[in-house]
Write a protein that binds this ligand. Sequence first.
Ligand code: TPP
Ligand code: SF4
Length: 241
Amino acid sequence: MVPKKAPELFYDESRFCGGCGHGIFNRILAEVLEEMDIVSDTIICSDIGCNHQFQFWMNVDAIVPPHGKMGAAITAMKRVRPDKNIMTIAGDGGAYAIGIGETTSAALRNENVVMFVMNNTLFGMTGGQLAPTTMIDQKVASAPLGRTVEDNGQNTDVFKLMGDMDIAYLARTSVTSPANIMKTKKAVRKAIEKHQAGKGFCLVEVLVPCPTNWHMTPAKSMEYIDEVVSKVYELGEKIDR
Ligand SMILES: Cc1ncc(C[n+]2csc(CCOP(=O)(O)OP(=O)(O)O)c2C)c(N)n1
Ligand code: SF4
């Protein structure tokens, strides 16, 4: 079998930790942008977090707003440059904690923008603290005995948050197998196609591993997503208009 060539827009090697899911998503997005031939017509707004490092190896236009403000930033970017494909790669911390106001406000306005949210159930870059997506009983650096409703509140499930909103696309995928990677790629392409058709707000949440802060091997992290995380965060397409 001839090995598949890496997308040409990669100009350097990734420096994510071994087994990090962000790198898999970078590859998926790069392949979609090249296959759709839209690299030079795309601006990616990146949040602060491990996820933002794509711009150090992907040769694509990128803008970094203050942490969490992607919903507002991509709204402005699309209004100023309606001719460009405007999307963000965000962390679950950025999108649903500090950025929850901007994320939901952009959705409530049904802005014609695309959000790709990497859900690794915690704040990766800063050392594995509790995020809105940290699951009940999950142990993280700032909740070493596990998340409780009493101390930390319910975890945020974007399907429950946005499931009844008047938006164009809401989907959740994972990257734990070739089949799941292909589903993620299909969802990414579908979101961008809806964006190009002016359908409105699209959010694809991707369940990704953070072996470093989960204190697991890369292989065990993938099993953890299949056996635990994706049981709490249902995979599939919740809204498709
Ligand atoms: C205004 C502001 N508050 C806090 C921080 C510190 N900070 C940097 S990244 C981050 C969260 C990262 O978690 P997430 O968004 O889930 O992304 P990941 O690193 O897991 O990809 C935080 C709180 C910051 N940079 N700016
Ligand atoms: S700390 Fe976690 S999210 Fe950040 S690069 Fe390492 S594995 Fe990825």
